[in-house]
Structures are given as structure tokens and as C-alpha cells.
Design a protein around this ligand. Structure first.
Ligand code: R5P
Length: 244
């Protein structure tokens, strides 16, 4: 899954200033696209026939308390947009924890009424821990309360226990931009340790060769390619693109 929904609280973040220029060339390589309805309606061509995971919560910007989100869409709109799933941030341990959990359970109810899955996102505030204990807690609570699948962050120590104790599939967010080999290694390890897939944004669209990177990530997720081999593929594709 290619994540490009960051603008819903970050505005035109690096790499997403011109979605029409930077993201459209990546679409042929994405299995699913995670985004807001604003970008879907204005930029993504209707010929894009793969799954849309719609950002369904929002409210605060990076300038205020991020946990103070509300549901940001009607179910009728999600149906009109023919989405494959709706995504909601859940701030376990955050200031507005209960409100965000309530957003999630309402979306689950709305989605289930019409057969639309919900993706619960473990949202980590600036000052919150991202350790294995926290991820286990957050993923399990989110799954117990009804989502179809969970998005979380990879933790190097004990991620297998996060996946094993979560009764629904888990995908990992890429997080902040890493050197390509490190990002591919993280994706590889996550899949080895029980993740069903990745929902990666910045490590793809902030790469100096996003088309090469998204293809390398595909190789890791779909073909279980080892990180070094996927990185070699990335370099080859990057150089090929440069030569033009
Ligand atoms: C946060 O802005 C969104 O939920 C992103 O979709 C998520 O964090 C994945 O993007 P990235 O790989 O850049 O972390």
C-alpha cells in the first residue's frame, strides 16, 4: 500500500507538494493507495482501478493536539468513492484516547453495515514511546474493538510478539525517511516476523528514485526478496532511469 495521506494534517509535506507530478508515476506499482478524498477527487485519475484506502479521520493539524481527531467522512461518501477500506487514527495513551477509540468503533459500525473494512492506525504522539510493549497494547486494543486490519510501526525488538498477539492482519507504516537499504531491511524483517504487508509513504516518495524504490519494496513484500538483493535492484533501476 502506498501512503500519501500525510497532507491531512501536515499540509504539503516534502515529496507531496505536487502529487500530480510525483505520485502519479508510482501508481502502476502500488497495490493500494491510501489517501484523502481531496486528493482522490482532484488528482487521481478515475482509471486507477486498484484499492483505495480512504483517510476517514482528521481535524487537528501539526500545530495542535493531534489526538483530537473526529470522523471526517460520511459513509455515503465512502460508498460513492467506492473505497476498499477506511482508515482511522487511534491514539492509545493520548490525550483524546477515548474520543479516538470512539471514532474507530463508529467507523467500524458504519463500515460493517455496508461491507467496507476499517483500518485502525496506531497513532503515536510526539512524546509517546514506540516500544514493543506499547505496540502490543495498541494493536491488540484496536483489533479487539473491531477493525479489519491494523497499521502500526515496526519495532526491532519483539515485533513478532506484536503480530502474534494481534488477531487481525498487521501492516507497517514506513515512518520517517531512512536510507533505502535500511527501509528495505525494515520491510523485510516486518514481513518475516508476521506483518501482512506495508503501508509505506515517505520512504518511497522522499527517495531520490521513488519508482525504483516502490518496485524494490514490492520485491521484498511479494517475492520475499532479501534486503541486499532488493537494494541492488533499486540501484540498478535508479541508474537505468538516470541514463534515461
Ligand atoms: C500518517 O501520516 C499516515 O497515517 C501515513 O499513511 C503513515 O504514517 C504511512 O506513511 P509513512 O510510511 O510515511 O509513515
Amino acid at each position: 500500500m502506498l501512503a500519501i495521506d500525510h497532507g491531512y494534517f501536515q499540509g504539503p509535506t516534502t515529496g507531496l507538494e505536487r502529487v500530480d507530478v510525483t505520485i502519479l508515476p508510482l501508481l502502476p506499482y502500488a497495490d493500494t493507495l491510501m489517501l484523502t478524498r481531496g486528493i482522490l477527487r482532484t488528482i487521481i485519475p478515475p482509471t486507477f482501478g486498484k484499492g483505495i484506502v480512504l483517510r476517514a479521520s482528521g481535524g487537528p493539524s501539526i500545530l495542535s493536539d493531534l489526538s483530537n481527531e473526529q470522523i471526517a467522512i460520511d459513509i455515503d461518501e465512502a460508498i460513492r468513492l467506492n473505497v476498499a477500506a477506511m482508515a482511522v487514527q487511534v491514539f492509545i495513551g493520548g490525550k483524546m484516547e477515548t474520543q479516538s477509540v470512539h471514532n474507530m468503533t463508529r467507523l467500524v459500525d458504519m463500515g460493517n453495515r455496508y461491507g467496507i473494512p476499517t483500518l485502525g492506525v496506531t497513532a503515536v504522539g510526539k512524546d509517546m514511546a514506540r516500544d514493543v510493549k506499547y505496540m502490543r497494547l495498541a494493536c491488540r486494543i484496536i483489533a479487539e474493538l473491531g477493525v479489519t486490519y491494523v497499521k502500526t510501526y515496526y519495532v526491532p525488538e519483539g515485533f513478532d510478539t506484536v503480530a502474534a498477539s494481534c488477531p487481525v492482519p498487521i501492516v507497517i507504516a514506513g515512518g520517517k525517511k531512512l536510507p533505502e537499504l535500511e527501509a528495505l531491511t525494515m520491510a523485510f524483517n516486518a514481513i518475516q516476523e508476521g506483518a501482512a504487508g506495508v503501508d509505506m509513504g515517505r520512504n518511497i516518495f522522499q527517495s531520490d528514485s521513488p519508482i525504483a524504490m516502490i518496485q524494490a519494496v514490492r520485491k521484498v513484500v511479494h517475492e520475499k526478496e532479501k534486503p541486499k538483493a532488493a537494494y541492488d535492484f533499486f540501484l540498478t533501476e535508479k541508474n537505468r532511469a538516470k541514463k534515461g
